[in-house]
Write a new protein. Structure first.
Length: 144
């Protein structure tokens, strides 16, 4: 696990694969990610069966992408909240995402009890690629 110190470059999201601040494309992709996440919550609220449409890994990745765009870090606990799963389940998903090298856990240098989950450079690239493809698809003319 990496350690984040507030004065170190590692604490700044760019060192872990953050979005390029101010880029129109990155801002648009982060906005799209947030809309996708919120629309998933809208769908969950209307589902006749609780938990029917869970996809914790995707929810965690969306949340991390938006957080990085805002220059924020997400704690393990917040990742569990984003994934709408119990903390133990979220930890398993974070571990799976770590194994896929899409996220990394980093400790907070100011508070050794706390750790964050951040997108890696490859995780950021993956999210940009997927969100870019979704954005392109949404701009295509209707075929009905």
């Amino acid at each position: 696990m990496c350690q984040l110190n507030r004065g170190d470059d590692e604490f700044r999201p760019n060192a872990v694969g953050a979005l390029h601040s101010g880029s129109t494309t990155d801002i648009a992709l982060a906005s799209l990610a947030e809309k996708i996440y919120q629309s998933r919550r809208d769908r969950d609220k209307r589902s006749p069966v609780s938990g029917l449409f869970q996809d914790p890994a995707w929810d965690i990745l969306l949340d991390l992408f938006v957080a990085q765009a805002r220059g924020k870090h997400i704690s393990i606990t917040s990742a569990a909240t984003a994934g709408l799963v119990p903390p133990t389940t979220a930890l398993r998903w974070v571990w799976a995402l770590e194994e896929a090298k899409l996220v990394a856990r980093v400790s907070d240098g100011a508070d050794k009890r706390r750790s964050f989950v951040v997108l890696t450079t490859s995780g950021n690239a993956y999210m940009r690629d997927v969100l870019g493809a979704i954005s392109d698809r949404m701009r295509q003319p209707d075929t009905l």
